[in-house]
Design a protein around this ligand. Structure first.
Ligand SMILES: *Cc1c(COP(=O)(O)O)cnc(C)c1O
Length: 354
């Protein structure tokens, strides 16, 4: 295998993609599965916990895995333009891969609700960014309608090739561990990712008789349609990447949870932000939504609803903390200002060290 292979080349025999597909890649995937024994201990101990850090993808989120395949298919099929609705990360990813292929990218985002780093990414990669006075769900309705009427490829996770790419993360986790984890925890927004992981694990099961993990999908309490059992008209959460009230792949997500003998739960914004801090204390800075999976594990452990003794647990951290710096800088205490003198620094260190 060439060192210059992304997920499409690396896993091609296992991807259901048309022959016209022409690879457009940024060498995404191959992200680290980081052991966090300290955090496992803090959560009660007795189990192995690993973080699949998807923030290490080229545009800072797992969206790149699916985007390389969706854009490669669209490009090979002759499309000149792509469009998506986005809470931010899909926009940045679509823009980067479209730029790579010389295609036009149009992204529609909910006004005022997209993290700075994501919007900046989409602009930097050359997307035409349109804000609408509405929610992600409104944006998705619009792009679906447009892509049905015009020759513009839709690259949201309704596009089946997105899931083909995203399922490779399940393959990588099994490659790293040498077996399936007992539990997989991850955030759930539009529910493409949970569906893709379940596809990946069930395919490994069929192909290699690999055991199936139990899946814990985690929504934010203010945007938890799959927990409530009905759409949420005005979803609200600090975890903007999962601020979605009507998940496009909601049914599939519920099936994944049920078939895996797992479940979908909700956690509060406070739990999410607390877990974001704890992950950072382990050297892993993720955006708020990305902490939801681990926050869900902590929630279930605290309530005595899950027994992880002797188990291997993988939690997916979907995007990098640098995408959403505002959430940190808003609350951070201002850095100390000192004169550029040795004495001042010595005084400061002595004061703070006490
Ligand atoms: C897109 C995204 C999610 C949600 O994934 P879905 O496939 O929509 O469920 C979670 N976290 C981050 C960082 C994302 O970008």
């Amino acid at each position: 295998m060439s060192a210059y292979a992304g997920v499409l080349e690396r896993y091609k025999p296992f991807l259901k993609i048309p022959a016209h597909t022409r690879t457009v890649t940024l060498l995404e995937g191959n992200t680290p599965l980081i052991p966090v024994p300290q955090l496992a201990e803090e959560l009660g101990g007795g189990f192995e916990l690993y973080i699949k850090f998807e923030g290490m993808n080229p545009t800072g989120s797992f969206k790149d895995r699916g985007m390389t395949v969706a854009i490669s298919e669209a490009y090979g099929g002759g499309a000149k333009s792509v469009i998506c609705a986005s809470t931010g990360n899909t926009a940045a990813s679509a823009a980067a891969y479209a730029a790579r292929a010389g295609m036009r990218s149009i992204v529609i985002i909910p006004a005022g609700k997209v993290a700075t780093g994501k919007l900046a990414g989409a602009v930097a990669y050359g997307a035409e960014v349109i804000q609408i006075d509405g929610s992600f769900d409104d944006a998705l309705n619009l792009v679906v309608a447009i892509s049905e009427k015009y020759p513009i490829a839709l690259v949201n996770s309704l596009n089946p090739y997105r899931l083909e790419g995203q399922k490779t993360a399940a393959f990588e986790i099994v490659d790293s561990l040498g077996e399936s984890p007992d539990w997989l925890a991850l955030p759930v927004g539009n529910a493409g990712n949970i569906s893709a992981y379940w596809m990946g694990f069930t395919e490994l099961h069929a192909r290699e008789n690999m055991a199936l993990p139990q899946i814990l999908g985690v929504q934010a309490a203010g945007a938890a349609p799959l927990v409530l059992g009905h759409p949420v008209e005005h979803p609200e959460t600090v975890a903007t990447a999962i601020r979605i009230g009507k998940p496009a792949r909601g049914e599939q997500a519920l099936t994944a949870a049920e078939e895996s003998h797992g479940r979908i739960i909700a956690v509060s914004d406070d739990e999410i932000l607390a877990m974001q801090k704890r992950l950072a204390a382990n050297g892993i800075w993720v955006e708020p939504a990305s902490a939801a999976g681990v926050a869900g594990l902590a929630h279930e452990l605290r309530e005595g609803k899950i027994n992880l003794k002797g188990k291997k647990v993988a939690a997916v951290c979907t995007g990098h903390g640098m995408k959403d710096p505002d959430i940190i800088t808003r609350e951070m205490k201002k850095p100390t200002i000192l004169p550029a003198e040795m004495n001042a620094l010595e005084d400061f260190l002595a004061r703070e060290g006490k």
